[in-house]
Write a protein that binds this ligand. Sequence first.
Ligand code: BES
Ligand code: MN
Ligand code: ZN
Length: 482
Amino acid sequence: MNFELMTWDTASAGDEKCDVLLMLLAATFKPGRDPLSALISKALKAGDLADKPASLLDIYRPVGLACARLVLVQVGDAKAGNIGKGVRAAMALIKAAKPKKLSVCFAQAPDNQTLHVALTTVAEASYVYATTLSKCEPRTLTHVKVGVPYGADLATPFAQTVAAISGIELAKEWANRPANHATPSHLAKAAQALAKFPRIKCDILNLKDAEKLGMGAFLAVAKGSAEPPKFIELHYKGASKTQAPVVLVGKGITFDSGGISIKPAAEMDEMKYDMCGAASVLGVFKALAELQPRVNVIGLIPACENMPSSRAVKPGDVVTSMSGQTIEILNTDAEGRLVLCDALTYAERFKPLAVLDIATLTGACVIALGGVRSGFFTTDDTLSTALAKASESSQDLCWPMPLDEDYAEGLKTSFADVANVAGRPGGAITAAKFLQRFTSKYPWGHLDIAGTGWKSGSAKGATGRPVGLLLHYVLSLQTSAA
Ligand code: BES
Ligand code: MN
Ligand code: ZN
């Protein structure tokens, strides 16, 4: 999909040749003297366009305008919530007509946040998954022009949003692929493909390398599967060497059957999404490749399958993590924390500014926060403030969760330094407490995206979250020196 930023007033928008012209009308809209303004005024006066947010009016071949179809949508206060709602409603209406060229016109200058929400919503509504369909209709929407009033300087946020969309779509693509089309080896290839862009480098560590490093927790999970594990390392170098990197660690369980502690059959297919964290890291790198910002970012993806077999790790087994801490694996379905803890230890070597892990870690987080906000855990004030800001500006929302020491009680065991599960209460937090044990060397944050990485039910599909959130955070760290 191609995005183009234009400056428009209602007069020039009326002259725009396109399949659909989508006008976002804020409550403060002041009509001019052009035909489009006249039409809007008439519709408003006649009450044919209600003044409630997300109200729509669809007009076929409007006289005096160059577009094939005009869609008016009310966006009320023109804040992010109403812009999202309005664009979603309009896209649902427009979709059936399969437009190729869409022009979206802001009657009132958007801010960075509303521009971001409008464009990501257009992209979201027009996305189609195609990879494993023998016959499929690819996305029809190829050109999106975005019109903002004269004088609005939105070039930078526009470029960032376009790059975010590209990253979100790469993340969705990999997350949606079934597990047999998205093995650890496939993910490694996808990461290597990103290394063809300037400033990006990719290294793949294989089973032998992980053994040499002593990644006993990661390898315990990988053991049950015939698919070879891959530990993916991506580097984006946009700032000077002296600038400490941010490390993003993405959980890359390409299929989570639960292992010997096997999951029930219902909806087990959705565990192909257990690499949404990994996919989001790939997505961020795609966006970095397009934007080439002045930051240093490292991506780590421990990728493997969690399967039962005669070689699989068993409940009660004790393994030694790369940190030297021994872990009693009481439940093989709590595998995410096992692959992550070795990646977190590996991250120490980069002397990071901060490490953020992103994981579909716990069903408990889905119960706690649903699909609206990702759970965010940190004890670092700088990270906490930065993520809260990025959450707002990207509208890819997260919410602070606690890390009180008392939550770690249940992880105690007589047979190892730590157990990999506590009881059911506070499951998202006890998982985070487990991870925290491996992060003493740097500021650390953890995003549990179990509820936000994908949607279940009839609209089943990856969301591409939290690529927007991560990208906004990473870009907030840009330095002025190259
Ligand atoms: N990948 C799952 C978490 C998950 C479950 C995400 C359902 C989204 C929907 C994770 O590996 C897991 O199985 N976690 C267990 C942990 C438990 C055994 C302590 C869980 O949440 O049930
Ligand atoms: Mn699991
Ligand atoms: Zn899992």
